[in-house]
Write a protein that binds this ligand. Sequence first.
Ligand SMILES: Cc1cc2nc3c(=O)[nH]c(=O)nc-3n(C[C@H](O)[C@H](O)[C@H](O)COP(=O)(O)O)c2cc1C
Length: 340
Amino acid sequence: MLRARDQVGTPGDGSNVRLGDIVLRNRLVTSSSLLGYGVSSSGFYGMSPIALFVPLADFGAVTTRTLTVEPREGHFTTREDWALHELPGLLKRYATVLRGVDGGWINAFGWCNVGIDAYLRDYYPRTRDQRVIISLGGFSAEEFVTLVDKVNAAVPAGDIAAVEFNVSCHNVNFDFSTILQDVLDEAVPRSNHPVILKLSPDYDYIRNAQQAAKAGVAALTAINTVKALRLDPRSGAPLLANCYGGLSGRAIKPIGLRVVSELREAGVKLPLIATGGIRTVDDCREYFWAGADAVSLGSAVWLASYPGYLTAPFRAMHVRRVLNAVRRYRPHPGGPAASR
Ligand SMILES: Cc1cc2nc3c(=O)[nH]c(=O)nc-3n(C[C@H](O)[C@H](O)[C@H](O)COP(=O)(O)O)c2cc1C
């Protein structure tokens, strides 16, 4: 069964869920970046069109795109004022950072984001109806400390669910294992908000989870994308501008399940938020059986081909059904996770 934390009484519908120190509205959250900053600056730019038809405030929490100390173009662009005639150029560029492949998606945005200051000033105040997890990314412990300090200064304790440390992204071409321990030692104790550590299936995730538990991390998210490569079969050129990218979606669901299960088998007790190819209620149930405490909707739900986005209202109906089912979901007493 779900390694359920206490249901906490709340004003409203009384359905909040506590994962250690983290309070979520329910056990279904959204994965980092798939809904941008939780709100679009210009109607729909930066948001999946499917999200326009789903009440984001109903999620357990919405996780932002990873934010860095300074704005970053990454391998894409932070520019949002595209004129209609520039659209073909924009779409061409988009195809060099995100492609539908082999039952999933491969992306290398490279932490393209507006920076923490602009997010806290321009976006966060417009998402106050949502439960928010702010994703933070940096290349040193000092950068994580700066990010934590900025969030502390702008957001009173309790106003967001958590901050999530992204130390597991492939498409910034950096070896996070060189900074992980310093990040945990220096940035976690400074945070006024519970800290979630996001794990990579390509790193030593069991060791990283044990390091996180010792450092006072509140929960883990598993998994980030899987390092991957696709080439044009005719020319041999990589499909993505960064050559390598991160694979997500249906193709990685069995890997996500393996990681969650292995973390539990290794005795990791921290609450676990699972993401990796989740699309249906049965996917959620599988992850709960494997040992997850909450589940997260990522690319299998929010991304579609361009024609696929024409059916956004119907896709959104499906998302709302999953959301309603997970809100009603109760752990199965005596299930496998209970005995771990
Ligand atoms: C287009 C795209 C952008 C992403 N950007 C981020 C990011 O900025 N920070 C992060 O921690 N994870 C990021 N991810 C990873 C997802 O949050 C998630 O961990 C991963 O895609 C696996 O879940 P899924 O298969 O359900 O999508 C991104 C994924 C995609 C597809």
